[in-house]
Design a protein around this ligand. Sequence first.
Ligand code: PEP
Ligand code: MN
Length: 357
Amino acid sequence: MKIDSLQSWGVDPTRPLVISGPCSAESEEQMLETARGLKALGVQIFRAGVWKPRTRPNMFEGVGSPALKWLKKVKEETGMLTATEVATAKHVYEALKMGVDILWIGARTSANPFAVQEVADALQGADVPVIVKNPVNPDLELWMGAIERIAGAGITKLAAIHRGFSAFEKGRYRNEPRWQVVIELHRRMPDLPIICDPSHIAGDSQFIYEISQKAMDLGLNGLIIESHNNPAEAWSDAKQQLTPAQVGEVLNKLIIRQIESDNVEFKQSLDELRQKIDVLDNDVLNLFQQRMEVVKEIGKNKKENNIQILQSGRWAQIVEKAKKEAAVRGFSQEFVENIFKAIHQESINIQNRILNS
Ligand code: PEP
Ligand code: MN
């Protein structure tokens, strides 16, 4: 897959590349006032939702095509590049006709291969940057599939947006970041720029900074932050939007760390620590192996005595104990639970093979 650098978009790709603007375009005045504030911060790309795919009916679904004029005004007045979300072929044609510079595919659209293909077909022959948000569900294959469909239309100015994943039970954030999905996307598509959307992960303006910092610490290329001249009155996503001044505060606070260092001492000590980690990882695997040998013994005993594999009482005990240990050792419960779930699954698989051999 051919992927051009961010520079080819006509922007300075220094991290973080910042895209900012309101969740939804509401009026010319709101757009221009917000854009002026963001331009003053050095923001290079102005975003605004023209067509809004809303989860429930009877919510504000965007002003639609008339808002494209306002994006054009923003571009003319500030010189910022403009970006909007497209979900249908009609959106693509109208946005391109009105000179929108960058298109993105929203999370609800990238979850639907028919919709993505319709957008891709409409993009044939266009030379426009396209950013693909992750689908609402944590399915890396589906996300990559959406990117591949757009690439298949000949689009080479590509990027991804990480906006988190929806969950039935709400945690600290509106959407779960599940950073490991993004790390894996980067491993599978190393040339693809990745932009973090802390606004839709957070769902609340108070968390924008911490998520942005995490994204920078993981080496992501940019941030797309929702900004509104008057967040409290916003017609969509009011809770998570920042004023342009607040976006400035977040950006000023960010610490951008280097990918590598020339410092010899630092490199040496890092090497040594990594060697230690390698040895410890090996120890961990050896212990797992020993554990699984015991599991096999149990499996044989169960087979001889005709006992079922899953003993849920015993399993509940292990999880409870692990949670207590997590607190003592300063690990998160999630980490310890995940490890024990994985160990338990592998143990069941091993015993299954024994019982059925
Ligand atoms: C948006 O960017 O305003 C939006 C609708 O985001 P998402 O598709 O990530 O929900
Ligand atoms: Mn939004």
